[in-house]
Ligand binder design. Structure first.
Ligand SMILES: Nc1ncnc2c1ncn2[C@@H]1O[C@H](COP(=O)(O)OP(=O)(O)O)[C@@H](O)[C@H]1O
Ligand SMILES: [Mg+2]
Length: 250
């Protein structure tokens, strides 16, 4: 079953961060929220991952209304925040064994989770070093490994390749795509990188100032435009110069 996001609204004091976001993300596919800094990507992902309550709106996953039943929803969801931290004095391996212990139903699954996690993290011998010696990119890979190895129904990854070098970013993108297809899981990522989103995502939602300007496949969104950058600029401009549906031109 797909993930349904309906009419999310969220303000922080006077700042309206998210104003009526709705979209559907499908199994076996990667959905990308693409937009500039401050667009509302992180706020939207936090709401879906149950770490932030919206002012209104709903999220449906597997018969669960995520916002009203976060405990149940968390059984299906893995979330990697934008600024995910690690425990400095634990090794990468210890982070993975901890997650495997929490989520595995039996010894066989524990071994599978751990083996997968080590593969995804791709840290070589450094997996046995304390994470305080890791670079930002190494920590990022460890977090993604921890999130995906347990095979969640829904993985929510906020800027998954931020701070990762080109070679590892390619590798991580392949891992995320494979993960979605092999497990028929739903993956939602955010990014401000148009190139990345085009490579990684099956479907895209272009977000600006808390509004989803357009949702569709990469092909649909690109249309006759050369690249996503051109699409974004056209959409962002159109948003300012053309009246909204139902709005009276004055
Ligand atoms: N905790 C917060 N308190 C106040 N304002 C916030 C907070 N988090 C985000 N915002 C504001 O909400 C808007 C959307 O932010 P965010 O969801 O982080 O966007 P993005 O991830 O696309 O950069 C921005 O204007 C940001 O400054
Ligand atoms: Mg963000």
């Amino acid at each position: 079953m797909p993930l349904y996001v309906k009419e999310l609204f969220k303000s922080y004091g006077k700042t309206v961060a998210v104003r009526g976001i709705s979209f559907t993300a499908h199994e076996g596919k990667v959905f990308g929220l693409l937009g500039p800094n401050g667009a509302g990507k992180t706020t939207t992902l936090k709401i879906i991952a149950t770490v932030l309550k919206p002012d209104s709106g709903s999220v449906f996953l597997n018969d669960t209304e995520v916002i009203n039943d976060p405990e149940r929803a968390r059984e299906y969801i893995s979330y990697v925040p934008e600024d995910a931290g690690t425990y400095r004095n634990l090794t990468g391996y210890e982070h993975l064994t901890f997650a495997a212990t929490v989520y595995a139903k039996n010894e066989k699954e524990y071994d599978e989770f751990l083996e997968d996690g080590i593969k995804i993290a791709d840290l070589g011998d450094k997996i046995h070093d304390k994470t305080k010696s890791y670079s930002k990119g190494m920590k990022r890979r460890l977090q993604i490994a921890r999130a995906l190895m347990i095979k969640p129904r829904l993985a929510v990854l906020d800027e998954p390749t931020a701070g990762i070098d080109v070679f590892h970013a390619i590798n991580i993108r392949n891992i995320i795509k494979d993960f979605a297809v092999k497990n028929s899981s739903i993956v939602i990522v955010s990014s401000h990188n148009m190139f990345e989103v085009e490579k990684l995502c099956d479907e895209i939602g272009i977000i600006n100032e808390g509004v989803l300007l357009k949702v569709g496949s990469v092909k649909e969104i690109k249309g006759n435009s050369q690249d996503l950058e051109e699409v974004f600029i056209k959409l962002a401009k159109g948003d300012q110069t053309e009246p909204q549906k139902g709005e009276i031109k004055g």
